[in-house]
Design a protein around this ligand. Structure first.
Ligand SMILES: [Fe+2]
Length: 138
């Protein structure tokens, strides 16, 4: 795989200052890395399938956890944030589906999509509830 297949390292800037949510985000990063390793090791489709399945299940679980948290803190942009989650759920379904049915969709594309999506979402969108709770605490 190319130079863009470096390990997907966790950075402090991804922290949203919530112990459980940070741990869940780290686990999602780990799953992306597992997928990378499996692809690099040319693992069979059964291994890849099970990682993808586990990843989408965990994503759904994480989103509902995060949504309950945002509800609990009365985050004003909850509806908007839920839409970003719904959107990813659909795109996850599409990209995995595309991966299985279209020979031209590579594992790299799937990985790149997942990495970019998560980094951007955590830094830009999850950041909003973090900033909201910080402002309320003051
Ligand atoms: Fe989120």
């Amino acid at each position: 795989m190319g130079a863009n297949m470096d390990s997907n390292d966790w950075k402090d800037e991804y922290n949203v200052n919530h112990e459980i949510i940070d741990a869940q985000h780290k686990k999602l990063f780990d799953m992306i890395n597992d997928l990378k390793k499996a692809i690099d090791a040319k693992s069979g489709s059964d291994v890849i399938d099970s990682i993808m399945k586990e990843m989408s299940d965990y994503t759904f679980y994480h989103f509902s956890f995060e949504e309950s948290y945002m509800e609990q803190i009365r985050f004003p942009q909850l509806a908007e944030h839920k839409e970003y989650h719904e959107n990813l759920k659909k795109r996850l379904y599409d990209i995995f589906n595309q991966f299985y049915t279209d020979q031209n969709t590579s594992c790299c594309e799937v990985l790149q999509f997942l990495e970019n999506w998560w980094k951007k979402h955590i830094l830009e969108k999850d950041r909003c509830y973090y900033e909201f709770i910080e402002s309320v605490r003051k």
